[in-house]
Design a protein around this ligand. Structure first.
Ligand SMILES: [Zn+2]
Length: 269
């Protein structure tokens, strides 16, 4: 049941507009006030996985998660790996452990070689990434992985560490990388930004391995823009928007273990 009905505020001729329930598999809601979330929910984006990137945003993410529409992912983004202290890493690990029953993923974690400053920075990123993969294996939680100019290393480390529930967010890999990721059972999420290589990747894998995301506020997006990502996937796959939306929403809720009933079911006229 993915079709929801929303009461319109004006216009007698169509009292209800039928919307398809959407899910944003990766966003950063700590960067917005509550109105962005409310606006997204009104547009049918019933599920949002909100990722922290450092201590402050992890705490804020926990505060704004409601377990109904907004679900937390906690982690440390690779951009912060170089300068974070061991104490602060420990603090964040404790935060994830203490909230393991509500946290839906360990993220945002990963490797960013575009922003790395030399060997020391890369080594610290890798060590931190491995620490969080170990934690996810121990707590049996998925991971939401950032990769920038680092896809071969990311795929290598995930394999070495035996990571099992993997979400490659803002997928940057080639069609071959996508095929390998799908072979391992990983999920890949697609942002609302078109690129030729991403379209090849979408075409190369089953829709069951895909999710839609915004990474908002990246590129001035909000979670409401996730329909544009759904559109890109639907176009690449040559299927109807509604069918893509239904599959992608189900994939996201299944992967992040979300079962909350979000809306009153109403087929509408
Ligand atoms: Zn992100």
């Amino acid at each position: 049941m993915a079709v929801i009905a929303k009461q319109m505020t004006s216009g007698d001729e169509s009292k209800y507009k039928t919307l398809v329930e959407l899910a944003d598999a990766h966003c950063h809601l700590y960067a917005f006030d509550g109105s962005a979330t409310a606006d997204a929910i009104a547009k049918g984006v019933a599920t949002m996985i909100s990722n922290g990137v450092d201590t402050k945003s992890n705490l804020k993410t926990l505060e704004i998660s409601d377990g109904r529409h907004v679900f937390p992912a906690l982690g440390i983004h690779p951009d912060y790996a170089e300068n974070i202290s061991d104490d602060e890493i420990e603090y964040n690990i404790r935060l994830i452990r203490e909230n393991k029953n509500i946290v839906k993923s360990i993220g945002e974690i990963g490797l960013d070689f575009a922003h790395a400053h030399g060997v020391n920075s890369i080594e610290k990123q890798m060590a931190l990434f491995e620490t969080f993969i170990d934690l996810s294996n121990e707590l049996n939680l998925p991971i939401s992985v950032h990769s920038r100019n680092a896809m071969p290393q990311v795929l290598h480390i995930l394999n070495e560490k035996g990571a099992n529930a993997v979400h490659l967010h803002f997928f940057e890999g080639s069609a071959d990388d996508a095929i390998e990721a799908a072979r391992r059972g990983y999920m890949m999420s697609i942002p609302p930004l078109k690129s030729g290589s991403r379209i090849s990747a979408i075409k190369a894998v089953p829709i069951g391995n895909l999710m839609a995301e915004t990474d908002s506020p990246t590129a001035n997006s909000t979670p409401s823009d996730v329909d544009k990502a759904v559109n890109i996937i639907a176009d690449a796959k040559g299927i109807r928007y509604e069918d893509a939306a239904r599959a992608l929403t189900e994939n996201t809720k299944r992967f992040f273990n979300i079962s909350t009933a979000k809306f009153m079911r109403n087929a509408g006229p």
